[in-house]
Design a protein around this ligand. Sequence first.
Ligand SMILES: Cc1cc2nc3c(=O)[nH]c(=O)nc-3n(C[C@H](O)[C@H](O)[C@H](O)COP(=O)(O)OP(=O)(O)OC[C@H]3O[C@@H](n4cnc5c(N)ncnc54)[C@H](O)[C@@H]3O)c2cc1C
Length: 488
Amino acid sequence: MTSSGPQPELGAVRPVPPEVIQRLKDVVGPAGYLEGPGEIAPYCVSWRDNWVGSTPLVLRPAETAQVSQIVRVCAQARVPIVPQGGNTGLTGGSQPHAHGGEVVVSTSRLRRVREVDALNDTMTVEAGVVLADVQAEAERVNRLFPLSLGAEGSCQIGGNLSTNAGGTQVLRYGNARNLVLGLEVVLPDGRVWDGLRGLRKDNTGYDMKQMFIGAEGTLGIITAAVLRLFPRPSETQAAMVAVRSPADSVCLLARMRESLGEQLTTFELLRRACLDYAFQTLEGLEDPFATTYPWYVLLQVSGQGAPGSLREPLEQGLAAGYEEGLVLDAVMPSSGEQLRKLWALREEQAEAQKRTGVGIKHDVSVPLSRIGEFIERADAALESAYPGVRHCAFGHVGDGNIHYNPIAPETWTGEAFADEREKVNRIVHDIVSDLRGSISAEHGLGRLRLEEAELYKPGEELDMMRAVKRALDPLNLMNPGKVLRVNH
Ligand SMILES: Cc1cc2nc3c(=O)[nH]c(=O)nc-3n(C[C@H](O)[C@H](O)[C@H](O)COP(=O)(O)OP(=O)(O)OC[C@H]3O[C@@H](n4cnc5c(N)ncnc54)[C@H](O)[C@@H]3O)c2cc1C
């Protein structure tokens, strides 16, 4: 996708002038920049290797004041900036374009935990703190920071907020947007907005922090955030449940919520084929059932109580589901090792699918009540257009979010199937749109979905987005060519 993505709207893109590069280096000092091709390369390529860009300079500021100075220099010299966190984003938003006229500002040295206020259930962290470290810091004060996703060992909180990341516990705690009380942001003119308030009530006009959450670096650089913490559950139980269909899984979800309420934290759907791809391509995974079933749900309940206290309520909920014909079979792990093995089936999906063949990824959401219909219609439409296509659907069904990733038929080459990307996207996304869903549930738009967003979003919504972008970043220097095209 290196050259096929939408191009930035920079007029004539020009190289970053040497004197500007020198001024930027002076701002951060010798420890704060990289310019050797080998050092820069990892900042220019995406996790899936499908976006490769170029830059003359990666800046690694160590404090907010340096970020502010960098942005001021860039604004004066009209040099566009690509903010970058852990570089695990999946939509081409985090890498520079191929033309080489942008600088990358990495937040990886902004990694201080500024404050933990256990009584206020908040933690103030800088943007470059890795998500797993945020979770560990919360645990240290016997609290939970519930954002949890496959890339948590590498992604950073600034990137999580900028993509409004979801993950596996959205059902109970909401996505990143719901986990933030305040932000510090370097605005596109270099000023620092100190919005680091740890308040749950603050009705003093527009909620500006929400503008930057999910903006994918197009409105400013998040440098710090006040995060919400939650009571750390003392008891967790899990189950893997075999179900007949996605529609049944949604009915089961409703039943389980009726009986377990807020304690239901995770509800992930997996198609049988996804398990097979994992068994065929990876070592050390086990089928928890003796029989094969068409679909599975991996669910988790958590709450306060003595160890084991949620086992019986979960068993009762599953037994009721069994009587109603929604549950075909179920296993409940009785050790941490068994639980880890069940989760591996879910967490290794990205790797297993990568090894199985070329897939065309979709991160969509539809109302829960339409999930069954979405998968049925998309399967049928793709099967008719591409006989033998290998179906692959899994995801956070509790949030209506399905990763729908058809893989090339075995008789096709990967390249030939990849060439069908636009047509496949159109088939899947037309159905999503018809069901009033979203073409990007949690990964954002970046470059990958920018043009399609123009197709599926109402014109009024695009106009509002452009108005916000123009108001905050009139020079279009913050991650241009990502999320939206200003002059369309
Ligand atoms: C194995 C794997 C599993 C994943 N699972 C999930 C999942 O379950 N749910 C989910 O939502 N995502 C998932 N992702 C996608 C990705 O991890 C998330 O989007 C993550 O939030 C990105 O964080 P990052 O620090 O890597 O950001 P980056 O990739 O560095 O950046 C992402 C975007 O945010 C911008 N940005 C980064 N930092 C800042 C900042 N400080 N200020 C302003 N803009 C900034 C960048 O310019 C870019 O547009 C997964 C990715 C992988 C590789």
